[in-house]
Ligand binder design. Structure first.
Ligand code: ZN
Length: 288
């Protein structure tokens, strides 16, 4: 039996089971302070365990290098109270079992590879477009990373010819996240995406697809994935995933393997909103 933890900026989801299809207990904990939230995580596993290992995939940035003095911590997040928060330490000390630790998007990529859209493949990318933009890549079965984990949301993207929005990334302005994340979409149009009237929705999708597809072109040419999975709240805009797929084919301009031109190269998560919690199980299994 494994434990899975998906740590987000507003809530932490914990589950006990053997995988996403066999969950024996589950809870959702609001993200408040690290002490309070992690305390509730530990209480949940104390009540519903024992588990043989726990996989924790959280928002970041995080320190993933085993042996580093800050391993297991969230590093420089702007989220109040969480900068420098030790996530792995308290859970490990309380439960005494191996803890796997990854970013939320790396976890989601692992979950999709094991149980979702990536089953049977070796190299995939999971990109979330929501409150922020982030991605995890698996290459030949191994997560891509080194000095840090990838920060796919912060690549450069060319401007859409008619878009005058300056960009909202506090670090780079008009990077992919600065031009395509949910808060940008809302600021560009003056309302949340679901409220857009039909007259504006088509243009909003076109501009959004432009930025996401240009981000993906960078990843296709550097990582050569077999599949791209597009998750996150913004990706649920009707028609967006299809528009991104079409735009990507257009801007690859036939300089790519023919498989990339087939529909189904850019897809929604096979596990819906469960990629992250599935990833925690895959992660737990990998360290057991
Ligand atoms: Zn940025």
């Amino acid at each position: 039996m494994w434990g899975s933890v998906e740590g987000g900026g507003t809530k932490w989801v914990c589950a006990v089971g053997t995988g996403p299809d066999d969950i024996r207990a589950e809870t959702t904990i609001p993200t408040t302070t690290p002490d309070e939230t992690l305390g509730a995580v530990i209480d949940f596993f104390g009540e519903h365990g024992p588990v043989d290992a726990v996989g924790v995939a959280t928002f970041g940035p995080v320190e993933l290098r085993p042996g580093h003095v800050d391993y297991g911590r969230i590093t420089t997040t702007p989220k109040p109270d969480w900068s420098g928060a030790d996530v792995v330490g308290p859970i490990h000390r309380a439960l005494g079992v191996p803890i796997g630790f990854e970013t939320d998007v790396n976890g989601a990529a692992m979950g999709e590879m094991r149980w979702g859209a990536g089953v049977g493949l070796e190299s995939i990318i999971y990109l979330t477009v929501g409150t922020g933009v982030g991605g995890g890549a698996i290459s030949h079965g191994t997560l891509v990373g080194g000095l840090s984990h990838p920060e796919m949301g912060h690549v450069s993207v060319p401007r859409h010819p008619t878009d005058r929005f300056p960009g909202a990334c506090p670090f780079h302005g008009d990077c992919l996240e600065g031009m395509a994340a949910g808060p940008t979409l809302e600021a560009r149009w003056g309302m949340p995406a679901p409220d857009l009237p039909a007259s504006k929705a088509a243009k909003a999708i076109e501009i959004e697809a432009h930025y996401v597809a240009h981000g993906l072109r960078n990843f296709v040419y550097t990582l050569a994935p077999e599949l791209i999975i597009l998750g996150g709240g913004v990706s649920k805009m009707p028609g967006l995933v299809e528009s991104v797929g079409e735009k990507l084919v257009e801007i690859l301009a036939d300089y790519a393997p023919s498989e990339l031109s087939e529909s189904g190269f850019v897809v929604r998560p096979g596990l819906g909103a469960r990629s992250g919690i599935a990833g925690g199980f895959a992660l737990a299994q990998s360290v057991q």
